[in-house]
Design a protein around this ligand. Structure first.
Ligand code: KG4
Ligand code: ZN
Length: 334
């Protein structure tokens, strides 16, 4: 069978990325320009600044990716691009670039939902076995998705308020840790003790999550400690906070695995880089005898490799679009 090469483009937030992936599995080349240093100055992503930087960088990123891959546009079978959800100004840059490349080189265009991309980070260099449960944990999403197959899935739970990554970043901010604070909290958590009492959020029979109460509890705790003139032990707060997050994610996910009789669990999204969360589910998979998989660390946060990988399965199943696609900042996956 002929090899299929997909050129993927991702610009939904503050990473400008292009990647070429062979047969949905093999990364040929990827370029990612991160704007994290720029947005760090503001404590979070500033949409207008993000889109301006995408405009500045997108042509360079696509050209460099293609040039360093050793391939030419003749070898590329289709252009995959994140159409949503995300920041509208950022998405528009990637979508317009993809449309332009598709038009000039007469290539099919494959619109990819950002969450589908995060899920297919699990198919780069390995297989995804169905049926599976995907725990999607990122800066914008916290979802439990039951996938019978590539195109047959249902949402069984989601956050009622903040996403887990958003909660990490806000808690980090209170602790004076620069954006994005998730990785640093993860580091500190491994150096501290579970010394602060924090409530387990939405400890109920549903598969939904809630993180805004936990965020407020951490903020109140930090302020109370400050007002009493006591010292806040950051390592201990990070550890206590992370343990509550893990307990909440693990209890809902394990119940869903049992109720839906699923033997394969995957993590997806930026927060799946978290060492504590990976360790917990690895332990649970051994205890309970299910298969557990998570993306290689470099495919956890936003990147175009995952978009090209997801684009491959869409492309070979005929999910090809006309040049008229639009960016959609609030696109729904299910
Ligand atoms: O998937 P992603 O790049 O962007 C969205 O699609 O939202 O995820 C970014 C999020 C940020 O909130 C960041 O703090 C979090 O992923 N993150 C982590 C870790 N690494 C990245 N959160 C906790 N622990 C980590 N090790
Ligand atoms: Zn993402």
């Amino acid at each position: 069978m002929k090899d299929i090469y997909i050129l993927g483009i991702e610009t939904s937030c503050d990473e400008t990325s292009c990647s070429i992936v062979k047969n949905g599995k093999e990364e040929i080349n990827t370029v990612i320009l991160s704007q994290v240093d720029i947005h760090m100055l503001y404590g979070g992503v500033v949409p207008e600044i993000a889109s301006r930087n995408h405009v500045k960088d997108i042509v360079f990123v696509i050209e460099k990716c293609l040039k360093d891959s050793g391939l030419s546009m003749k070898d590329i079978d289709a252009i995959a691009v994140t159409y949503g959800p995300g920041l509208i100004g950022s998405l528009l840059v990637g979508v317009e670039a993809a449309k332009t490349v598709a038009y000039i080189f007469n290539k099919p265009l494959v619109p990819v939902h950002h969450i589908r991309g995060h899920i297919y980070a699990n198919s780069v260099g390995k297989e995804m076995d169905f049926p599976l449960l995907a725990l999607i944990i990122s800066g914008g999403h916290t979802e439990l998705l039951y996938m019978k197959d590539h195109f047959d899935y249902k949402l069984i739970g989601s956050t009622l308020d903040d996403a887990v990554g958003e909660c990490y970043d806000k808690v980090a901010r209170v602790m004076g840790i620069p954006y994005p604070g998730g990785p640093m909290i993860d580091e500190l958590a491994h150096q501290g003790n579970d010394a602060y009492h924090l409530p387990i959020p939405l400890d109920d029979d549903s598969f939904n999550f809630s993180f805004s109460g936990l965020k407020s509890a951490v903020i109140n705790l930090a302020h109370n400690i400050e007002q009493r003139g006591e010292e806040l032990v950051k390592e201990d707060l990070a550890c206590s906070f992370q343990n509550v997050v893990i307990a909440s994610l693990a209890s809902k996910t394990m119940r869903a695995m049992k109720q839906y009789n699923i033997n394969n669990l995957i993590l997806a999204g930026g927060v799946s880089a978290n060492k504590g969360i990976r360790e917990k589910f690895s332990d649970l998979s051994v205890e309970n005898g299910f298969n557990f998989s998570y993306p290689d660390i470099k495919y956890c946060t936003d990147n175009a490799t995952m978009i090209a990988a997801a684009g491959y399965y869409l492309f070979i199943n005929g999910y090809v679009s006309s040049i008229e696609i639009d960016a959609n900042s609030s696109a729904k996956f299910v």
